[in-house]
Write a protein that binds this ligand. Structure first.
Ligand code: TGC
Ligand code: FAD
Length: 392
């Protein structure tokens, strides 16, 4: 891959909306991505391997639990800071941002919000430093968009719970130390359980042959009569709203992250359009290529404004789940459209690993699917404005 020459677009001078602390946090993450992620990511993606050596650096830039209170090892930052960190990491690669999202919002968040003090003290500091890596098991082979239908279940055996079932498409699963698993009790009520690697009957086979998110490890979680200690049940929230509450936090981070991928594609295409000569002039001097670039920067700017406002609302405790759905859906689709146009602007070079665009484009096919598909988020907006759920 070529040297990382990224220059972040800020067409509406949105830096003015950020505090000095926000800018410092963002610039630290940006510099880390340039130094540590960009030089190696293409190689790891080609080999379909997660670069584990990035884990300590991710922890240092606040990539693990940025908004978790410092007493539990988190960085105690606000939601705008969290978003900016996700934006910068995904500018490097969506798969690396996935690891950060899952650890922060799908593992640390439920332990912080739904766990007891003992569970918080036991797991959160180790997750914050990356000593432990976690994963989140909600999706099943037959229950993706409809997680409420899950079959994974546990029985109360007196001194422990007995867990059975299977989860599929789980980010970080192949090497995770712990899994936050959603399963139904004998009354059919959904609860979260912390399952640890090494528990008998618990296996995590890796999912191969992915053309997307290749630098992120994906796998299954199989529970064959796993004895889970009673102390590992998250006691403070149950029902489908518990995992969906975690998804709110992760989807918010993805809305920012997708802007990072889009900015990288735009910046690459803009530079290429000024350097690539055809018919004796730069392709950037042609109307058709300018149309693509003008539309890209317009969409990036709109997404930046939408997402900044969402961050402010989250910091004020006023953001709704439906607002988060709108931002996740809009920004990921925006990034995917930009990646596709940017790839075309590079002609044949656009399909190679010399440039980051094709990798972003393939990654975004997962991002537009996970954490609720593009269509499911449209239905959430539809339900919010009409009052009618059209899922069922
Ligand atoms: P529904 O009846 O609407 O709701 C059930 C209960 O949940 C509450 N609720 C929420 N609570 C918090 N946050 C939200 N976003 C919530 N949405 C709903 C709701 O109020 C209700 O509470 P209560 O107290 O009345 O019981 O549920 P439904 O079965 O009709 O489903 C609704 C639907 C389709 C929107 C939902 O199931 C959904 O979002 N489906 C998409 C599934 C999904 O996003 N899966 C993601 C899996 S994790 C993942 O992809 C990680 S990728 C990580 C990475 O690598 O970055
Ligand atoms: P389905 O639900 O079968 O959907 C298939 C199609 O039908 C979609 O286009 C969908 O929009 C559409 N559809 C479904 N229902 C309706 C409806 N009512 N009306 C109209 N259209 C509908 N899950 C986890 O729990 N943890 C993870 O860490 C995780 N990581 C992932 C990593 C990757 C790389 C991928 C690809 C997925 C990951 N997932 C994870 C799973 C992800 O959340 C699901 O793939 C997603 O929720 C969609 O479920 P599905 O694949 O079963 O598709």
């Amino acid at each position: 891959m070529r040297p990382d020459l990224f220059q972040a677009p800020d067409y509406y001078l949105l830096d003015d909306l950020l505090s000095n602390e926000h800018k410092l946090i963002r610039d630290t993450a940006r510099a880390w991505v340039k130094k540590e992620v960009s030089p190696i990511i293409e190689d790891f993606a080609q080999r379909a391997e997660f670069p584990k050596q990035l884990i300590p650096g991710l922890a240092e830039i606040g990539g693990f639990g940025p908004y978790i209170p410092t007493e539990y090892g988190g960085a105690g930052l606000d939601q705008i800071s969290y978003g900016l960190i996700m934006q910068e990491i995904e500018r490097g690669d969506s798969g690396i941002r996935s690891t950060s999202s899952v650890q922060s919002s799908l593992v640390m968040y439920p332990i912080w919000k739904y766990g007891n003090e003992e569970q918080r003290m036991k797991y959160l500091p180790k997750l914050a430093t990356g000593e432990y890596i976690g994963c989140f098991g909600l999706t099943e082979p037959d229950h993706g968009s409809n997680p409420g239908g899950m079959l994974t279940n546990f029985k109360d055996m007196g001194d422990h719970y007995l867990l059975n079932g299977a989860k599929m498409w789980i980010s970080n699963a192949p090497f995770a130390d712990i899994a936050v698993v959603w399963a139904k009790n004998e009354e059919g009520r959904i609860h979260g359980l912390i399952v640890e690697r090494g528990m008998e009957g618990f296996t995590t086979p890796e999912t191969h042959n992915k053309w997307s998110l290749r630098a992120s490890a994906t796998g299954e979680l199989i529970f064959d009569n796993v004895k889970v200690p009673k102390a590992n049940l998250l006691p403070n929230k149950s029902g489908l709203g518990a995992p969906l509450g975690c998804l709110d936090s992760a989807r918010y981070g993805i809305a920012w992250g997708a802007i990072g991928a889009a900015m990288d594609c735009y910046d690459t295409a803009l530079r290429y359009s000024k350097e690539r000569i055809q018919f004796d002039k730069p392709i950037g001097a042609t109307q058709l290529q300018q149309k693509k670039l003008a539309e890209m920067i317009t969409e990036i700017t709109k997404a930046q404004l939408l997402t900044w406002r969402l961050g402010v609302l989250r910091d004020e405790g006023r953001a709704t789940s439906a607002q988060i759905s709108m931002a996740k859906r809009n920004n990921v689709a925006m990034a995917l459209d930009i990646a596709r146009d940017a790839r075309q602007m590079l002609g044949g070079m656009g399909i190679t690993g010399e440039y980051s665009i094709m990798r972003h484009m393939m990654n975004l096919e997962s991002v537009v699917t996970y954490e609720g598909t593009h269509d499911i988020h449209l239905l959430i907006t539809g339900m919010d404005v009409t009052g009618f759920p059209a899922f069922k």
